[in-house]
Design a protein. Structure first.
Length: 623
């Protein structure tokens, strides 16, 4: 089927169809809701439905990706202003259009292919870098996906990949374009240059009070405080409550006697492995094993670097072949076994014996377990009492003292990073708690904020320091430094530009450099992206390549240095692009054609939007 599709794409009818798709299709039209869209369908592209679950999942993923950049999850207003709902809908529509076309061509995907995609998805890998069923189930649970939905999605992805690869895999870069690009990329220049700094110009006069005041007025937005909220917080989690519990030695001894038959300290082994990428390496280790050479000696002689896997029990190793091998050799022994991509040598460098722990060895774990059990049994009762005390407007400090819990104080800004004073707070918890703090009022009674691990956090908002303009007395030194630096940079720009004009007029680079008490330097040949040794960076190189031999100018480097230069030599590149560079550019060309193709396909299929369902979905998503 794929060969037929490729053949069709290369034929004249196929090319004509592609031309109509890429050029002749009208703009991206979105019609409103029509009668055949169901209540759980946000939109339809051809015969493909975009359900509310699909939209919510894609929408929330997009919000979570933006959260680190904004400091918190975007609000509904921010999401709308950023165009996130429309962008998500357009992306889903394009995927649906491709899926429909793939289905129309009869493309399919085997269970073996789906299994291979699953094993290669690093989202589901365990500590050993291989597929872990428990990680798979956890990720699906967090994503709100069932196994059936996941495999349906992956099947659609595979079909879309087949479609795209069959149409665009043979796209190549024309030789003429390759030659031109090679000239652009690989042409080199050599320059005489020197660098001007603040020691090469007159020091600007100290600014007056009036000048400082005027500068502050013009740049007031740079000198503002941020809103800061002072809060007092109380955290109630099983771990926090367990820390308040006292476990006696008698209780520990009784628990040890009760459970000692089930207490087993498993044998643990420190394991490392090295991948044997060639047949020669495999033979080398096999011979070394026969001749009694140590793993360290063989690794050193082969020039390989082993990968440490940690100190693990057999049950902690998900790879059954690795577990069997590692626990079947003696201390400092190794064995060669099959790996995912070939052979590998597995070495055990240390062994911690297993067995039944003594009371002293098990004491700390038993005490922690008993305290945590008592806390879990008591936490619901404590939670009710805290809520009653909160309803009676008792201060958090009094509540904390009553239950032996800790009080945490913080001056919180909108980003919420200051909330890290609370132990084990996840990024999602921090964002949610920060938003609650910035929605509260001083003196108001705020409800508990739930956090991960069956926990709750209460807070009292003590003070609010609103964002404000800073006065000159508060930021005098900063303003003076900023103004002086601005004047210095202006003077340096003028000096560099004047120096370049003098060189352009015929003065020798050395004479002009000497007038500024600096020495000129001769660069190594470099491309328009800069010199390999870092002496000329891309910004300066861009100015250099603005002219040919004899061209003089100045530029400010990425490090803020003012570079004055004259082009001494131009060395044209020869031939076409080769190797990885050509491959990368051909991939870029494919990406560009693919983008136009996807847009055309989605336009051809037609997008119909259920506006009522879309608005309801956004409302249910909490945005």
């Amino acid at each position: 089927m794929l060969d037929s599709l490729r053949g069709f794409a290369k034929s004249w009818p196929g090319k004509v169809m592609g031309a109509f798709l890429l050029v002749g299709v009208a703009g991206f039209g979105i019609n409103n809701v029509i009668a055949d869209l169901g209540t759980n369908t946000v939109a339809r592209v051809g015969d493909q439905e975009i359900t509310s679950r699909q939209f919510i999942r894609a929408y929330q993923n997009q919000l979570n990706q933006l959260a680190p950049q904004l400091g918190s999850i975007p609000t509904a207003e921010q999401a709308m202003s950023l165009g996130i709902p429309s962008m998500v809908l357009q992306n889903l529509a394009q995927e649906a259009g491709l899926t429909q076309m793939a289905n129309n061509f009869g493309l399919g995907v085997s269970d073996a292919k789906l299994s291979d995609m699953l094993r290669k998805d690093s989202s589901f890998w365990g500590t050993l870098g291989t597929f872990d069923p428990s990680s798979f189930k956890l990720v699906l649970q967090r994503s709100g996906l069932t196994e059936a939905e996941y495999f349906e999605m992956q099947g659609n992805v595979a079909r879309r990949q087949q479609l795209v690869l069959s149409l665009f895999a043979d796209v190549q870069l024309p030789n003429a374009a390759s030659t031109l690009i090679n000239r652009y990329v690989a042409d080199t220049r050599t320059v005489d240059y020197f660098v001007l700094g603040d020691t090469n110009i007159e020091t600007p006069a100290e600014p007056t009070e009036d000048e400082l005041a005027a500068y502050l007025t013009e740049h007031q937005s740079q000198f503002r405080t941020v809103e800061t909220r002072t809060v007092q917080m109380l955290e109630l989690t099983p771990a926090a409550l367990a820390a308040t519990k006292t476990v006696t030695d008698a209780e520990i001894a009784a628990e040890y006697d009760r459970t000692k038959d089930s207490l087993v300290r498993p044998e643990r082994r420190t394991i490392e492995q090295v991948v044997l990428a060639t047949e020669q390496q495999v033979k080398w280790f096999d011979m070394g094993l026969t001749n009694g050479k140590t793993f360290a000696t063989l690794v050193s002689e082969a020039g390989l670097t082993p990968t440490p896997l940690g100190t693990l029990s057999q049950a902690e190793i998900n790879d059954s072949a690795l577990a069997t091998a590692a626990f079947g050799v003696a201390n400092d022994g190794f064995v060669v076994i099959d790996g995912a991509t070939g052979k590998r040598a597995v070495h055990v460098s240390a062994i911690e014996a297993g067995g039944a722990p003594t009371l002293e060895e098990a004491k700390a774990d038993i005490a922690q377990s008993l305290a945590l059990t008592a806390a879990r049994n008591d936490i619901a009762n404590v939670l009710d009492q805290v809520e009653e005390l909160r309803a009676a407007f008792r201060p958090l400090s009094e509540i904390a003292e009553r239950f032996g819990l800790n009080i945490y104080d913080a001056n919180v800004t909108a980003g919420g990073t200051e909330l890290n004073v609370l132990p084990n707070l996840t990024p999602e918890d921090r964002s949610r708690l920060s938003q609650a703090i910035f929605k509260s009022e001083v003196g108001g009674l705020t409800p508990a904020t739930q956090i991960a691990g069956s926990g709750n956090v209460w807070f009292d908002l003590k003070t609010v320091d609103a964002a404000r303009d800073e006065t000159l007395d508060e930021v005098r030194d900063e303003v003076a430094s900023a103004l002086t630096n601005e004047r210095t940079q202006t003077a340096l720009l003028a000096a560099a530009a004047d120096a370049a004009k003098r060189i352009e007029a015929g003065e020798a680079v050395g004479d002009v450099a000497a007038s500024y008490n600096v020495f000129p330097q001769l660069s190594t040949p470099f491309t328009r992206f800069g010199a390999a040794d870092g002496s000329i960076d891309g910004t300066v190189a861009s100015s250099v390549f603005a002219g040919g031999e004899g061209h003089a100018g100045s530029a400010v480097s990425q490090d803020g240095e003012h570079v004055v230069f004259k082009v001494v030599d131009v060395i044209p590149a020869e031939g076409d692009l080769e190797g990885q560079a050509r491959t990368s550019l051909e991939n870029e060309a494919r990406v560009g054609i693919y983008g136009d193709f996807v847009t055309a396909v989605s336009n051809e299929a037609g997008l119909r939007v259920n506006q009522q369902a879309l608005e309801q979905t956004l409302s249910l998503s909490g945005q």
